[in-house]
Design a protein around this ligand. Structure first.
Ligand SMILES: Nc1ncnc2c1ncn2[C@@H]1O[C@H](COP(=O)(O)OP(=O)(O)OP(=O)(O)O)[C@@H](O)[C@H]1O
Length: 137
């Protein structure tokens, strides 16, 4: 096994990730969302399948955005002229990221939704001791 070649491949991959972060605003937004989701996972002490779902959703979105940027760059490299197929390829790549982001949103709602609701409920009842009456309404 050529260890230097393997190391070089990691360097290229890392350089690619840095390039996407530097050039793509959407990637930076995804990164903020990813850090938030992982911080919430730590805060709620998620484990097992729930943690696996959150981590998977986060990395799928980041990888999807990276692929999207690669497709955009390759199409822009072909030339500045507009072509329906170039447009369709960019739209399809953007659509893939949207689908992955929707998946992450749905997973987030399923996993964090009940916990956030519980947190809000206890904060509400702590602030207003008689607030439990509202749940009877
Ligand atoms: N060469 C092209 N030929 C035809 N349509 C294109 C072409 N380039 C872009 N488009 C259309 O314009 C849309 C936006 O393209 P653009 O390259 O600006 O991507 P973007 O999502 O705004 O990303 P970024 O701002 O990072 O470049 C594409 O989704 C596509 O519909």
């Amino acid at each position: 096994m050529d260890l230097r070649k393997l190391l070089r491949s990691f360097c290229y991959a890392w350089r690619g990730i840095i390039w996407v972060i530097k050039t793509q605003q959407n990637m930076r937004i995804h990164l903020i969302a990813a850090v938030t989701a992982l911080a919430m996972a730590a805060w709620f002490r998620l484990g097992g399948w729930e943690l696996a779902w959150v981590v998977t959703a986060v990395f799928l979105v980041l990888a999807g955005e990276s692929f999207n940027s690669a497709i955009e760059a390759a199409i822009d490299r072909i030339g500045p002229e507009r072509h329906p197929l170039s447009g369709a390829a960019k739209d399809a790549a953007a659509g893939a990221v949207l689908l992955l982001a929707l998946h992450a949103l749905i997973a987030g709602i399923i996993i964090f939704g009940p916990r956030l609701a519980g947190l809000l409920r206890s904060a509400f009842t702590a602030a207003l001791p008689d607030a439990h009456c509202l749940s009877l309404v």
